[in-house]
Design a protein. Structure first.
Lengths: 360, 360
């Protein structure tokens, strides 16, 4: 238990993308200032922040100076290098903790952690070479997905294996990176739960959202998700179990598969999450403010869903259609201030309120 | 009619208080960057803006450089000096226009403008000396309020005259500033309408809010206001009439007195307005985004009230109670990042959703 950070305190954010940008705005609403650290100049978060440090993840001096200027440091992506975290943590508390990061940085560690908690996941096995891959395929069966253990996101670093003869090429494509083989799960839908734990240990979960992906990128989140009351309750219990096991501070995203046998945990993200953007339109306190509250010693806010929402990402050239969206009722637009609409790049999102909250 | 400003354009804001701060956040949501101009270092808006210019209102060079960096310039308060506006307008369009500013900067010009539009106001008369004051009092009657024509806000620069013998002292307190005498209006309540007009000439008004003041400072706005259907419609028509007469671009606040004889216009503010903060919790598009849309060439957004809201200002030391408020349901907190909680200083506000919108 801590006192809240004094008004005007500086919160550091590692990474200056759209998540850092929306975190900075939320921190401002609570009277804090944000300093952004990003290797790229003019990061999106810099337009809405108190200060920006432009320096590499290997620049220990810059990291030290950055952390010294901050009362607490958080991050908007889970692949912050270990050495950078060492430099930061020597000067300021890092929240969520290193443990949450190290668990989620490595798919094998993550799956093992979840299984040890008694949570269901896809079957998995570590794979270092062709021999281990053959054994893993024999155990898990086909089809299966080979993934790098580290640094994968939005479907990158993955190869699906449908036939045994595809196995060698799939492993070769990993270029020697440690890998994990996961069984393909037959699921009826994908949902995610955004949950938070504060410094006093209180836990709260937003209502689960139902996710639709295309090309490995989130396209749409709909709340409420189509779930049974049992599944809804279970999703919150799973998130709470993970938060407590990690003695977590902040917001956590948990992606789940809904199957006839129950909920399976797909992956966890120790940060605010794209599938939680709907909370901006659906709740009094959104995921960004909830995260800042949790890491700054505030009590968690009211995350009750007051409205049903459909969140859609604006990806690449889709952002050109924003003026059409701007005229629609019940729509709120969030653009990220990114210059070039490259294919696959998340340029913004739109929340559309579809009505007052109803229980599905 | 104009095309929307390109993504990434810089919007200049004269004044860096809480209104500029919330405008900057809204501009960011639409993909714009804000540059703040304020004579005081570290203005509240600077924490959530792309850039800050710290220079005086008489610094023509700084104003010129500021305006050159901006695609359009707006303002968060109506008392920007004329010479400063001249310097800015030489380099970038100023929206809302100079006419809106000059009308609202002078109570006599404002009242005359409103009366010329056929709108009801309190009875008023210009007062330059004791002789004119005596004539004005004879015409308007007692009690009456003597106000400076310029630079008054939050009840400053005003003196109530209850007895004829108070008149000389009231005028002497104005220290030679040109003044206006206004009759005291018997009203049942005070309301305000926040309305907007875009570059295409389209007009939209938010539902009126009912205001409660203390010591001349707004304490609370409640929506919906307790009004007849006729009064509600009239409030929107009045706002539209003013917007169109000024060929306005942006958000305008109109304060009205509700009387048994109908609505009287008290004053207009050519900017986002404290009594419109409830729109952050009650509408898909709030007054800050509506203002940015209007000055940046976007269509106006959906300002339909989806929820009933009570907005309360946190004034001076009241901000110390924010942790208590942080635990309440349906409450969203907005702090302004101001260092010292001086008496009368607006430190933040709280929006409390009291339910889905109902028609009163």
């Amino acid at each position: 238990m801590s006192d809240p950070l004094p008004q005007g305190s500086v919160i550091g954010i590692l990474g200056g993308g759209q998540l850092g940008r929306m975190l900075s705005v939320a921190a401002g609403r609570l009277g804090y200032r944000c300093r952004i650290y990003d290797p790229a100049p003019e990061p999106p978060a810099g337009d809405l922040a108190h200060a920006v440090t432009t320096a590499g993840w290997d620049d220990a001096e810059a990291l030290t100076a950055f952390a010294r200027a901050c009362a607490v440091v958080t991050y908007e992506f889970e692949n912050v290098p270990e050495a950078a975290l060492d430099a930061v943590e020597a000067e300021a508390p890092v929240r969520p903790s290193r443990r949450a990061l190290s668990v989620s940085q490595d798919r094998l560690t993550e799956k093992t952690f979840l299984a040890d908690l008694g949570l269901a996941t896809a079957p998995f096995a570590a794979v270092a070479d062709d021999g281990e891959l053959a054994l893993a395929l024999a155990e898990i069966g086909l089809p299966a997905i080979l993934k790098t253990r580290r640094l994968g996101y939005d479907g990158k670093g993955q190869a699906r294996i449908d036939r045994a003869e595809d196995a060698h090429a799939a492993l070769a494509a990993m270029q020697g990176a440690p890998a994990i083989l996961e069984g393909v799960v037959e699921f009826t839908r994908e949902i995610s739960v955004i949950a938070a734990r504060d410094l006093a240990g209180d836990v709260a979960a937003y209502d689960p959202g139902e996710n639709a992906h295309r090309d490995g990128i989130l396209r749409r989140t709909t709340v409420p998700a189509r779930l049974s009351a049992w599944e809804r309750a279970d999703s919150a219990l799973i998130a709470g179990k993970i938060l407590n096991a990690l003695e977590y501070a902040g917001v956590l995203g948990v992606e789940l598969f809904v199957t006839p046998q129950g909920l399976l945990v797909n992956e966890i993200a120790p940060r605010v999450h794209n599938s939680g953007h709907w909370t901006q339109a659906g709740c009094a306190v959104d995921q960004f403010e909830q995260h800042i509250r949790a890491i700054a010693g505030w009590p968690l806010g009211d995350g009750t869903r007051h409205s049903d929402v459909v969140m859609e990402n604006l990806i690449g050239e889709e952002v050109a259609g924003v003026m059409e969206l701007a005229r629609k009722p019940e729509v709120s637009i969030h653009l990220y201030g990114k210059g070039t609409a490259r294919p696959g790049r998340k340029m913004g999102h739109v929340n559309r309120v579809t009505g007052p909250a109803h229980r599905s």
